[in-house]
Design a protein around this ligand. Structure first.
Ligand SMILES: [Zn+2]
Length: 493
């Protein structure tokens, strides 16, 4: 009796759990994915680690279950190398239902790698970005069942090596550009940190202006799905970058989808139990529906790209720049230096890149520089003012160092200035007393060094110049040289 009862109980229990497994809600499925990906077993999924491969294989398994087909001929794995090390994206597809439009694509991506272990602590990366990976898996399942509604083809990508430099997404962007062509990719969405909807109160979609009527389309669907969204025309932070980057730089419309920086970002506390699964479920449902919208030919790229995604690595760059700062005069014999006066510079620049990292720069500038000028009898306590206007042409060797978001540059070279005028200015008592040791040289030259960084089309930098030779004509005159320190703002067309 007892035994029979126990058996019956076990049977009922087994049936119950079977039933529960069948009736698992999407939020529970999302939670399972995040709990596995952010588990201690996966040790923070550091790019290149065995655990990152386990994460990728998990995603591929789920893609397969969802009924995705590989996009690449040789399967779901897109292998690539960075500095001789191997990495691998997971790439699957649902082919579009329209015979023509299936040759157009919408790409959904989420990176699965995270930081791994640091100082003996695991960085689980539940929000960053087990949440996006989990959403990607469930979106694949939802859309697979609605595949008849997808006119365009949808590519699902689990990206590797995001945290170490957005490599996975860059490789896929390039591979797609080379195979299907940039113009056939109508939208790319990156799901990165989407697990904190409740805490954030909104889902943020950055890049609505890269889509025609983007804001309207995004908000209409959000109203229908009862989710609070906030659109931003473009991604604009220079401190954050996500997997949209490689696509946006090719001119592809992109949306960076996130619930923001509400989680313990890049901290060991970014754990699976803190993720808001009801919210993640809402985000998953919404992005699925918006992908259906994106697969309709009505959705078209606007052709606009965020300034930070405009790749200024053209071989030739023409720009304008403006410099303000100070000038002074250095008397080489005795090391006497005048008090700096106001200087400005305005003109056009031309940069030539011979290589990703090297090139040269020239330009043409109109400049005005002023400085104090000593009164001979009282060198340190009395001074007049000296001013000079000139046309200047620099020629510099340039080095460009970049991380794709902000690029640092440095230049070193020579400049030539043709002085239009130069002499004591004003009519003060001091000006009457001041005596230049000779006429100034019309042809002046010297060395120039500059350093700065570019952000999209804009540059900010510091330039220092030191004249060589003598400012004054004649043989028996004190050797004086002009020095310039300019803060420069530039814009490249
Ligand atoms: Zn991330």
């Amino acid at each position: 009796m007892k035994k029979i009862f126990a058996c019956a109980l076990a049977l009922v229990g087994a049936l119950y759990f079977e039933g529960a497994a069948l009736a698992q809600t999407r939020a529970e499925a999302l939670s399972d994915h995040v709990h596995y990906l952010a588990s201690d077993e996966l040790r923070g999924r550091r790019a290149g680690s065995e655990e990152a491969q386990m994460a990728r294989e998990y995603i591929i398994g789920e893609f397969d279950k969802a009924g995705l087909v590989p996009f690449f001929k040789d399967g779901f794995r897109e292998h690539f190398q960075v500095d001789g090390k191997g990495f691998c994206n997971a790439v699957g597809m649902i082919e579009g239902s329209d015979p023509e439009l299936k040759n157009e694509y919408v790409v959904l991506g989420a990176h699965f790698d995270h930081l791994g272990e640091r100082g003996g602590k695991i960085y689980p990366g539940a929000d960053d970005n087990a949440s996006g990976s989990a959403a990607l898996i469930e979106i694949a399942k939802i859309l697979s069942e609605k595949r008849d509604m997808l006119k365009r083809s949808v590519i699902f990508a689990g990206f590797d090596a995001e945290e170490i430099g957005l490599y996975g997404s860059n490789f896929l962007a390039k591979a797609l550009a080379d195979s299907v062509g940039v113009s056939s990719i109508k939208l790319m969405m990156s799901l990165d940190m989407v697990g904190y909807y409740r805490q954030s109160g909104k889902l943020i979609l950055q890049g609505s202006s890269t889509i025609k009527d983007g804001k309207i389309l995004i908000e209409e669907e959000a109203n229908r799905m009862d989710i609070n969204v906030k659109t931003k025309p473009f991604e604009n932070s220079i401190f954050t970058a996500t997997d949209t980057d490689g696509f946006a730089r090719k001119g592809i419309a992109t949306l960076a989808v996130t619930t923001g920086l509400k989680s313990p970002y890049h901290k060991p506390e970014d754990v699976a139990d803190s993720v808001d699964y009801a919210g993640l479920d809402k985000v998953t449902g919404y992005i699925s529906e918006f992908t259906v919208v994106a697969c309709d030919p009505y959705l078209q790229p606007s052709g606009k790209v965020a300034p930070k995604h405009i790749d200024k690595r053209d071989p030739f760059m023409l720009g304008v720049d403006l410099g303000i700062g100070s000038a002074n005069m250095m008397f080489k014999d005795g090391g006497f230096q005048t008090y700096g006066g106001f200087a400005f510079s305005a003109g056009v620049s031309a940069k030539f890149r011979l290589h990703d990292a090297f090139g040269f720069k020239t330009g043409a500038y109109f400049e005005r520089a002023t400085t104090s000028f000593p009164i001979a009898e009282n060198l340190y306590y009395q001074s007049a003012r000296y001013g000079q206007s000139q046309f200047t042409v620099p020629l510099e060797a340039m080095a460009f160092l970049g991380d794709n978001v902000a690029n640092v540059y440095a230049g070193l070279g020579a400049y030539y200035s043709h002085a239009l005028n130069g002499g004591i200015i004003g009519n003060s008592e001091m000006a009457q007393k001041a005596v230049l040791p000779g006429d100034i040289r019309k042809n002046q030259f010297g060395i120039v060094a500059e350093i700065g960084f570019s952000l999209g089309a804009f540059t900010i930098g510091l330039e220092c110049r030191n004249q060589l030779g003598n400012l004054f004509k004649g043989t028996d005159v004190p050797r004086a040289q002009m020095r310039y320190s300019l803060f420069k703002l530039g814009y490249n067309f």
